[in-house]
Design a protein around this ligand. Sequence first.
Ligand SMILES: *[C@@H]1O[C@H](CO)[C@@H](O)[C@H](O)[C@H]1NC(C)=O
Ligand SMILES: *[C@@H]1O[C@H](CO)[C@@H](O)[C@H](O)[C@H]1NC(C)=O
Ligand SMILES: *[C@@H]1O[C@H](CO)[C@@H](O)[C@H](O)[C@H]1NC(C)=O
Length: 497
Amino acid sequence: MRLCSLILAWALTRPVASQQIWDIWQTTWDREELFTSLAPSTPINFVTPGPPADADIIVTETTVYQTINGFGGSLTDSSALTLNNLKSTNWANYWSILGHVFSVADGVNASGLSYLRVPIGASDFSANLYSLDDVSGDTSFSKFNINNAPSYLFSVIQDILSINPALKVHILPWSPPGWMKTTGTMNGGTIQSNYISAYPTYLLKAVQGFVDQGISIYAISVQNEPENSDSTYPTCTMTPAIEGQIGAALRTLLNNNGLSSVKLVGYEHNWSDAATYPVELMEDDGSSYDGVAFHCYAGTVSEQLSFYDAYPNKNIYFTECTGTIGSDWWSDIKWYMDNLWIGALQNFAEVGLMFNLALDGNGEPTLPGTDSCSSGCRPIVTECRSQNNSLHQEGTHCTSAVYALAQASKAIIPKDAGGPWGQRIEVAVEGSLDWALIVGAYTTKRLSSTDWNRYALVVLNWDDSASTVWNPVPVTATIEFRGMQATYTFPVGMSHL
Ligand SMILES: *[C@@H]1O[C@H](CO)[C@@H](O)[C@H](O)[C@H]1NC(C)=O
Ligand SMILES: *[C@@H]1O[C@H](CO)[C@@H](O)[C@H](O)[C@H]1NC(C)=O
Ligand SMILES: *[C@@H]1O[C@H](CO)[C@@H](O)[C@H](O)[C@H]1NC(C)=O
């Protein structure tokens, strides 16, 4: 009994009558399949429609929504250190993990993660508190030094770029430098009003500092979690009015310094305030911002629509959710797919990110003294010391996040190297088993107009009766596309718990 999450990808290699499903990647609840390629030796054909199955997947390619710009996670200092330590102890495993996580080559055994979120200065996952200018009162930022950040942060990003040149890097501070704060430290508090006009120059210099390291910047957010003040790690509260003021000045500085392509992103906090903070930010200084980012820690994903309905032309980024050490592998996958990697996209997100890219099996190292992640945060890939100090993607000891991300990512990465990214298209499930499948549908255009688009479905089959008596039931679905119909059985697994 199998199949929980899979991608069906089909190509129109010949005229409409012979649409075929030829590429299947699968992860089963029992981990017998872990992002396994099941390229069928005989493709599954679309044929003249028969009666719809109890789960009938209806794809409407003419209704096209947002472009999906990639999946990924945060490369905190701790994530970079974990990877860099691996590079010195197990060179082959380091490059193997980077390849399996970041390669976007079509058809290869790799997740194709393409989006990295990187803190500017210290976060709750750093070796110590530091900013990129710790000289008190240096409002000209003459002592700004990008190399206050650990060198392994940049070398790991450069290594990832060598594997995935399409990588998008999005930087943001957990806090301004401590000397600008009401608390006198990066921990807690807010920015002092007399430093608000100077601060955008610090953020400009951060973008320029990354560029000087050979890392071009896709986006910058003004502040991580502006509604969170915590005295044990870098945090900074900021009202929409102040964030808007800083963002507007930063937008001008970026534009005046040849960085007009860098996107400016606001909010970066919980779904629960989607109707208030980010809407107020757009009312104040919307023209400066490309859009806003959401985290999963309070509220529900559908609250993204409160923002979307108010500002449908602004972009939505889903940028943070952490796993938890000890949580159930398959339950996590169901939640991730339903709420994030299918659900956040259905609610108009254009990127999807977990939190830490890599940590050890205990969710360490964290910032000394922090209460953040006190019960253990699970990263995308976990170091398993018991397994010869190597980083593993396997499920038992390690993480479910990479598989869920991989299943979603594979559907939207470019079909052609350097080609366009996938776009979400309309899909619905009908029939008496409509609840059993959670489905996202995507199309990816080609570099050459004579090549056929790729179409892909990302499907979660969660018909496992987990809340009553475990009874996983394979679901046979019909797939309706362009007046033709294919049939596929999404099997489900026996309880492994
Ligand atoms: C795909 O990569 C994973 C992760 O390294 C590995 O465990 C698995 O054996 C690979 N599968 C194939 C078919 O190469
Ligand atoms: C939102 O997320 C933070 C993490 O920054 C959490 O500590 C906080 O309690 C959440 N806010 C609300 C309103 O629940
Ligand atoms: C552990 O890793 C080292 C370095 O890659 C390797 O030489 C050794 O054979 C491995 N040992 C086991 C038991 O896998």
